[in-house]
Design a protein around this ligand. Structure first.
Ligand SMILES: NC(=O)c1ccc[n+]([C@@H]2O[C@H](COP(=O)([O-])OP(=O)(O)OC[C@H]3O[C@@H](n4cnc5c(N)ncnc54)[C@H](O)[C@@H]3O)[C@@H](O)[C@H]2O)c1
Length: 267
């Protein structure tokens, strides 16, 4: 895989720290960005302490990159101003840096929570209209829309990955549908960075090959990766796995409950 110089935002995070190790072997140079200070761990790594809200700092750190994997952000429900600042404006800063410096491929971390209100009986396709299950999902819908804009208007190649539940192993019944194993996460993220140049915009779910999944797997012509793991092989260890989920219940599970969002709203 020839990835050239890759910039990785959110490099200190759960997914970032796993994919960092895989990218180190595939990229000529790896530019790490996070607001948390990081140290280079290999000769081809360089680290920048950057707040995604600081446009000039983002642009300066991304200089010289050929591809960007943008994982940095607020990964769950939060007050809307924070989500807009970090997830939406932060992504705008990454896309602007890409436009200005001529970076062609940008991979954006979106989320399954963009469509969390579809019922579990519905096999959701990226072409389905968004149905966010909360404010976080709304912010990721805006992230995808920004990616689409920068692709259509400025010709950037953008791949939005709707990441499933990234966990070492499934621990709750919902994960039996939504689990994304670490090795499948690496597989999908590297495939998105390496997608053919003809891919100018794509949105895809990144999920393991779970028997109970309710999202379509990516088109192999876009993402050349076949997931290897299946949450079902862990079902015996998941409490409640044998209880069927009501077909009309939201894919987001408890994330769809009003309480989940209400605690981030003013009374
Ligand atoms: N983990 C999952 O299951 C999952 C599922 C769907 C989508 N995602 C998305 O994938 C991405 C990575 O998720 P994760 O689980 O690794 O989250 P994480 O919280 O572990 O990592 C996010 C990283 O972003 C950094 N960050 C946050 N605000 C920042 C700012 N203002 N400036 C610079 N850096 C900042 C954090 O320091 C952190 O290292 C996120 O965009 C998240 O929304 C994750």
């Amino acid at each position: 895989m020839q990835l050239g110089t890759v910039a990785l935002t959110g490099a200190a995070g759960n997914i970032g720290s796993v994919v960092r190790k895989a990218l180190r072997a595939e990229a000529t140079r790896l530019i790490l960005l996070d607001r948390v200070p990081l140290r280079p761990e290999a000769d081809n790594e360089e680290a920048h302490t950057v707040d995604l809200r600081d446009q000039a700092a983002v642009q300066s750190a991304l200089a010289g990159a050929d591809r960007v994997l943008h994982l940095g952000g607020v990964p769950d429900e939060a007050p809307l101003p924070e989500l807009l600042d970090v997830n939406v404006l932060g992504t705008h800063h990454v896309l602007e840096a890409a436009r200005r410096t001529g970076i062609d491929r940008v991979v954006l971390a979106s989320s399954n929570r963009v469509t969390g209100f579809y019922p579990v009986e519905h096999v959701t396709d990226p072409q389905d209209p968004v149905r966010p299950d909360g404010l976080y999902g709304v912010s990721k819908a805006a992230v995808e829309a920004l990616g689409r804009l920068y692709s259509d208007k400025f010709g950037l190649s953008v791949v939005c990955l709707r990441i499933g539940s990234f966990e070492p192993a499934p621990t709750e019944p919902r994960h039996l549908a939504t689990w994304l194993s670490p090795r499948d996460a690496i597989g999908f993220l590297l495939a998105a960075l390496a997608a053919p140049p003809a891919v100018r915009f794509a949105t895809a779910y990144a999920v393991s090959a779970n028997t109970r999944r309710f999202w379509q797997l990516p088109d192999p012509a876009v993402l050349d990766y076949t997931p290897l793991d299946n949450a079902e092989s862990h079902a015996a260890a998941v409490p409640g796995a044998a209880h069927p989920t009501a077909p009309a219940s939201p894919q987001a599970g408890s994330f769809a409950l009003p309480e989940f969002t209400l605690r981030h709203l003013n009374p």
